[in-house]
Design a protein around this ligand. Structure first.
Ligand SMILES: Nc1ncnc2c1ncn2[C@@H]1O[C@H](COP(=O)(O)OP(=O)(O)OP(=O)(O)O)[C@@H](O)[C@H]1O
Ligand SMILES: [Zn+2]
Length: 735
């Protein structure tokens, strides 16, 4: 306990309570403003928590005695300046506790209170003994080549990785004889050694020049068809940013961050590129964060949470595939990484480049109608590549095998005979979406969700894609004991089975048939290994949306798209946008190099206006129509939404809580459209009953004012304690 005349530390703790917590100073040291943004360890009830000092209050004479901070964890603030300001903004915008927002912005190791890790890079240099011994090393061997390389000067491990495979064995051989040694160097001292790329075409040059001329905050949409060389524009812009001595942050979607992409960035930019994604362990992620915080990391490439990277010398932020759904965090602090990147770019006064072949309607609206963003176009494919030809295959009344029509099989055969590769796209994992009893109509439902279980392992296993529940498939119908259980419909496994029988081992001529989805590529790099094994040979890839982007397969000449019809009739107002984006992105995998590409779209609804518009007018024709409909229906981007979700073991508490919430929002007196409460589109999931209340307003300000006014009352509702509830501002999925 402290004397009442000491300053009060207001600490942001990772707790779902919308307030800061008061503590006394840990010692007698005078508390200055630079305490703010440092992590501290504090007692909280019987526990200890790691929090961040958010404010220092002057001593209050009659304040109650406070518990004292246990430890200061940082010598200097981890959060300060722009990043702290932006995160405070994010807490206000998401109406979330600052402590939870700050915890979300930290890598797990730092959140737990570990020290900021050491971040020097490693380099190799030739010793004097090595220089003397060099002429005696056998010519052409790896150790000799490495020694020659090091004679030119110290080389960091990143540069060596890019230069020669397995240089480490050679380095160990040299080190064993004392000819070379490993030395720690500050990452910022590494000399860049960039490699040249293709000469930019006219449109790329315009984009590069626009970025070069940009001063201060400049949001720019780079709207370039698939294969148009957007990545080349990023690379030039990043190189310019590095040349000005600034840091660049590149955000990529979850499935876009491939080892190839990182290798391309490293080689072309000639500086170490720091990665940040969920495939890294806690230590690696904390190191990237720390290297950026120290200004040592000059280029950071990462997925959603990389948007929280500290950028003391920021020069540029790039958001690749800005329309991608993985930028939205779906639990905890529900931020949108693209939108937060724009907020940071504004505060940092740097350009923010949003790239996509299929921009989100939000971004497109800002770039066109509002002219709030600069608008750069790449209207044709780079180099020699031509756009793929898209054809609709009407399968009404046609026999199907694993969901594929005879016309598809013929086209696949023809593409393989011509020496090409084929991608069969089906956005459904597993063997079949439903197990049905042909005699009585029973189907296998998840016991915990309102959803059928997916058939896996060629019919042997059932798995719920919503809650993960698994069980063996029953041998007979549990209702009527019939043995007539049949998997209905087809997932990637079943398509693989049929294509392997027709084109795989044992047939003549036979080609590799590879399935690529979350089930087949759980191991890190499994996808790369599969694709490298295929090489340029004819072969068939069967994939979910994992294969829809980020991969450059030069020999891919045919893309077959099956099973899109559900997306045509979904209730979600964004379903058409998502489907259009997916179709264009998948189609964009075809014919990216010299060989022309073809895309076949199989459907029972060949006359559907979405398909007709996309094929005749392309993505922009679709987007124009869709924006008009959104405006008419009062949906984003022409209205602003927030979704209150609640769930509990029983059905009533979520509805009761949301009814009370509705009243609290009405009492705020602000004009809002309130829709609900109603059961969620999937009313029961993982054993929880779920309900929701949708808030909508023509202006953002009204929405936030109503929430600000009502949330204290909502937090205090007695019903709030009987449910798990959350608020999602700008929800992407309405379930
Ligand atoms: N100016 C150019 N001249 C020749 N080739 C180019 C040029 N720009 C890019 N390329 C090549 O074109 C291919 C596609 O480029 P890139 O990957 O940058 O496209 P993208 O627009 O990012 O593609 P997507 O969004 O479809 O993934 C690459 O192999 C790239 O090396
Ligand atoms: Zn389930």
């Amino acid at each position: 306990m402290s004397s009442p005349a000491a300053p009060v530390f207001q600490v942001a703790l990772p707790l779902p309570l919308p307030r800061l917590f008061d503590y006394a100073a840990p010692d007698d040291r005078p508390a200055g403003a630079d305490e703010i943004g440092r992590r501290v360890r504090v007692p909280f009830g019987p526990r200890e928590l790691v929090g961040v000092v958010a404010a220092i209050d002057p001593p209050a004479p009659d304040a109650p005695a406070l518990r004292a901070i246990l430890d200061r964890l940082d010598d200097r603030p981890l959060f300060h300046g722009e990043l702290l300001d932006s995160l405070r903004w994010l807490a206000r915008y998401t109406h979330a506790p600052l402590g939870e927002v700050l915890a979300t912005a930290l890598p797990a190791a730092l959140r737990r209170g570990e020290a900021l890790p050491d971040t020097h890079a490693w380099a190799w240099r030739l010793t004097e003994a090595g220089a003397t011994a060099l002429p005696r090393l056998r010519n052409g061997t790896r150790p000799r080549r490495l020694a020659e390389r090091l004679r030119e000067g110290e080389r960091d491990e990143d540069a060596l990785d890019a230069w020669m495979d397995d240089w480490r064995t050679a380095a160990r051989a040299l080190a064993k004889r004392g000819h070379a040694e490993r030395v720690a160097v500050p990452a910022s001292q590494l000399a860049p050694a960039p490699q040249p790329g293709p000469v930019p075409n006219e449109e790329q040059q315009v984009a590069i020049d626009t970025l070069r001329a940009a001063r201060g905050f400049a949001p720019l949409l780079l709207d370039g068809v698939t294969g148009s060389g957007k990545t080349e524009v990023y690379l030039h812009a990043i190189a310019d940013c590095l040349a000005r001595g600034r840091q660049a942050l590149v955000l990529v979607p979850e499935i876009g961050l491939t080892p190839q992409l990182l290798a391309r960035f490293r080689a072309r930019l000639g500086v170490p590129v720091h990665a940040s994604h969920s495939g890294l362990n806690d230590g690696e992620r904390a190191r990237t964060w720390a290297a950026a915080w120290r200004g040592e990391a000059r280029v950071v490439v990462g997925t959603r949470s990389a948007v929280f990277t500290p950028l003391p010398d920021a020069g540029l932020i790039v958001v690749d595939e800005e329309h991608d759904g993985s930028y939205k965090q779906q639990d905890g602090i529900r931020y949108h990484a693209r939108d937060f990147a724009l907020v940071r770019g504004k505060a940092l006064e740097v350009p923010v480049l949003l790239g996509s072949a299929t921009p989100s309607l939000e971004t497109l609206h800002n770039a066109t109608t509002g002219s709030r963003y600069g608008y750069l176009r790449l209207s044709h494919r780079a180099g020699e590549a031509k756009p793929p030809a898209v054809r609709i295959v009407d399968v009404r009344k046609r026999p199907l095998e694993a969901g594929l029509s005879a016309q598809m099989f013929d086209a696949i055969r023809a593409a393989l005979d011509a020496g090409g590769q084929v991608l069969v796209f089906k956005n459904r994992r597993g063997y079949a979406p439903v197990l049905l009893c042909h005699d009585c109509g029973w189907s296998a439902q998840c016991p915990r969700c309102d959803s059928p279980m997916t058939v896996h392992a060629h019919g042997r296993r059932l798995q719920c894609h919503h809650c993960g529940h698994r069980k063996p498939a029953p041998p007979a119908c549990p209702d009527c004991a019939s043995l007539g259980l049949q998997p209905q419909g087809a997932g990637t496994e079943r398509i693989e089975e049929v294509l392997a029988a027709k084109f795989g081992a044992g047939s003549h001529p036979d080609v590799p048939v590879l399935r690529i989805d979350r089930g087949s590529t759980q191991r890190k790099d499994a996808l790369e290994t599969l694709l490298a094994g295929l090489g340029a040979r004819p072969g068939i890839l069967i994939g979910t949306q994992m294969l829809a982007k980020g991969h450059d397969l030069p020999n891919l000449t045919l893309v077959c798209v099956v099973g899109i019809d559900e997306g045509l009739f979904s209730a979600d107002f964004r379903s058409h946008e998502k489907l259009a984006q997916l179709l264009i992105q998948v189609a964009g995998r075809a014919g990216r190099a010299q060989r022309a590409g073809e895309v076949l779209l199989q459907t029972h609804h060949p006359e559907h206006p979405l398909l007709a518009t996309l094929i005749e007018g392309g993505y922009h024709a679709f987007a124009g129509d869709e924006l008009a409909q959104r405006e008419a229906a009062g949906f984003p981007p022409l209205a602003h939404l927030a979704l209150l979700r609640a769930e509990a073991k029983h059905a009533e508490p979520p509805m009761a809580f949301l009814h009370a919430t509705r009243t609290a929002l009405r009492d705020s007196g602000l004009a809002l459209d309130l829709n609900g409460p109603m059961p969620a589109p999937m009313p029961r999931r993982a054993g929880m009953h779920r309900a929701q209340l949708l808030l909508s307003a023509p202006a953002r300000g009204a929405l936030h004012a109503a929430l600000d006014a009502a949330l204290p009352a909502i937090h205090a509702l007695p019903d709030a304690r009987k449910v798990r509830w959350s608020l999602d501002v700008d929800p992407v999925d309405l379930y």
